[in-house]
Design a protein around this ligand. Structure first.
Ligand code: GLV
Length: 317
């Protein structure tokens, strides 16, 4: 039986599934392991099932035992793992695509609507118990008939587009390459980010975090947006330069911002917590019972396939 370390607590049924097929080391306290703990606890293991809270940079990867042949990440994003270092060390890295597409698209619509319709301010007024209806009370913007720019038209970007079409939004997108007609549907392709931004009344970040997308939304690119645009990010926090974003929120250049992910999370730029036009959630994108169960089971299955056949379909390196 192969031995695996599961760095964070999973849903009970998934831990039971893993325990049936592997000799597992579980993390009952669910405390994030320090680098030294991760290296030590995985020493006699054949694989590690990691979460996005585990930061496996090259320094840690090269210190891992040579016995470890697979890192199965419990997420679709794998920016928390230095892939080049893993490849050099002959470690296969896998992720959990597809199963979280719908849940993440749903939370994107949630933060899009909440930011646009000023839900946070609304809740604050209700809690203060001193609000009264007025014709101009907390006026927001309307999605219907507006243009939604999507950066990254992969599975999640396309699922966001499908939902936005139900709001009669006109979809525009920028992607590394243009999609084929079947996937593109009625969406308008922009070959540059600048061109996409210039038509985005609403703008959703759905691309993977890579060195190329770090701070891609910054003081220069924000200027290309129409005045009063709304931005949402359900992908990764490091795509936004927070100081520039805060300036744009304060000046009104950006009408509102909806966030589920943060630079250096769980820390959050302090102004995001005090500005009235920012709606924040604690990285809940994939957090439904159905999705988290499917993700954990897929992460386990990725390891099982690899140990059985040497291959696994969700390999990212
Ligand atoms: C969640 O953020 C994921 O990448 O799966």
């Amino acid at each position: 039986m192969k031995k695996v370390l599961i760095t964070r607590k999973l849903i009970k049924s998934s831990e039971e599934f893993a325990s049936k097929i592997f000799d597992v080391k579980l993390n009952h306290s669910d405390e994030i392991l320090t680098n030294d703990e991760l290296i030590l606890k995985s020493k006699d293991c054949d694989g590690i099932l990691t979460s996005i809270t585990d930061k496996l940079d090259s320094n840690i990867i090269f210190k891992l035992s040579d016995k470890i042949k697979i890192i199965s990440n419990f997420a679709v994003g794998f920016g928390n793992i230095d892939i080049q270092a893993a490849t050099k060390k002959n470690i296969v890295v896998t992720n959990t695509p597809d199963v979280l597409t719908d849940a993440t698209a749903e939370i994107t619509i949630l933060i899009l609507l909440a930011a646009t319709r000023r839900a946070k301010e609304g809740i604050d007024w209700v809690e203060k118990k001193n609000w009264k209806w007025a014709a101009n009370f907390l006026m927001g913007k309307q999605l219907t008939g507006s243009r939604l720019g999507i950066l990254g038209m992969g599975r999640i970007g396309r699922a966001v587009a499908d939902r936005a079409r139900a709001f009669k939004m006109k979809i525009h997108y920028h992607n590394r390459s243009r999609l084929n007609k079947n996937l593109e549907k009625d969406a308008v392709y922009h070959s540059s980010l600048q061109s996409l931004l210039s038509v985005s009344d609403f703008f959703s970040i759905n691309c993977p975090a890579t060195p190329n997308t770090k701070n891609i939304i910054n003081s220069k690119t924000i200027k290309y947006l129409p005045n009063g645009a709304v931005i949402v990010n359900s992908a990764r926090g490091d795509m936004i330069d927070d100081d520039s974003m805060v300036d744009a929120l304060k000046s009104g250049k950006i009408f509102a911002l909806g966030l589920d992910v943060y630079n250096g999370e769980p820390d959050i730029h302090s102004d995001y917590l005090t500005l009235p036009n920012v709606f924040v959630l604690p990285h809940l994108g994939s957090s439904t019972i159905k999705t988290r169960t499917a993700m954990a089971n897929l992460a386990i299955q990725n390891m099982l396939d690899f140990f059985k056949t040497g291959e696994t379909k969700n390999k990212v390196n």
